[in-house]
Design a protein around this ligand. Structure first.
Ligand code: RP5
Length: 183
């Protein structure tokens, strides 16, 4: 029996809306970007380590309690044989965003990408690109924004800033002499 007994602590305070979990603390350098994005958007979230293989009972416990604890989305990152996002998705009715990580035990990240992406029918994981934890944060913010107009506004502002950045590049290229008959 693995030594990962679930904690019994009652955690019903007004708490996080997004749970960011990862297979190891070695994933944190990548997963930090999801937390940074949520902080920027003012979305309450929590961050912890849950290993599908090394703490399977903790994983089941977390997934079973997630909805009741008030979480609305789970972002799960893992590298190598990355079973965490899919297993969490198999237990919770909440949307799960998966972040494939190019970890020390990964074959160039492909193993993580395919493990998280190729889920069977009925158990989807919204898989972002390799190491793309920031996009996972944005996706989580969009999900929260579907029922929270304040967050939705922030997502819109963020997306507008992306357009503005590109338009600056358009002008920069024009100034550098690159021709464009479009605008
Ligand atoms: C995966 O194994 C973790 O998600 C991590 O990406 C990788 C390596 O873990 P450590 O050996 O650094 O703990 O389960």
């Amino acid at each position: 029996m693995p030594n990962d007994k679930p904690k019994t602590k009652n955690d019903k305070r007004m708490g996080p809306l997004v749970g960011i979990i990862m297979g190891s603390d070695s994933d944190l350098t990548v997963m930090q970007a999801a937390s940074d994005l949520l902080k920027e958007f003012g979305i309450a979230h929590e961050v912890t380590v849950i290993s599908a293989h090394r703490t399977p009972l903790r994983m089941v416990d977390y997934a079973q309690k997630a909805k009741k604890r008030g979480l609305k989305v789970i972002i799960a990152g893992a590298g190598g044989a990355a079973h965490l996002p899919g297993m969490i998705a198999s237990i919770t009715p909440l949307p799960v965003v998966g972040v494939p990580i190019k970890s020390s035990n990964s074959i160039d990240g492909w193993d993580s990408v395919l493990s998280i992406l190729q889920m069977p029918n009925g158990v989807p994981v919204a898989t972002v690109a390799l190491n793309a934890a920031k996009n996972a944060g944005i996706l989580a913010a969009e999900i929260i924004g579907a029922f929270d107009p304040n967050v939705s506004k922030k997502v819109t502002t963020f997306k507008n800033s992306l357009s503005a950045d590109v338009l600056k590049k358009v002008e920069k290229m024009k100034k550098a002499g690159w021709e464009n008959k479009f605008d």
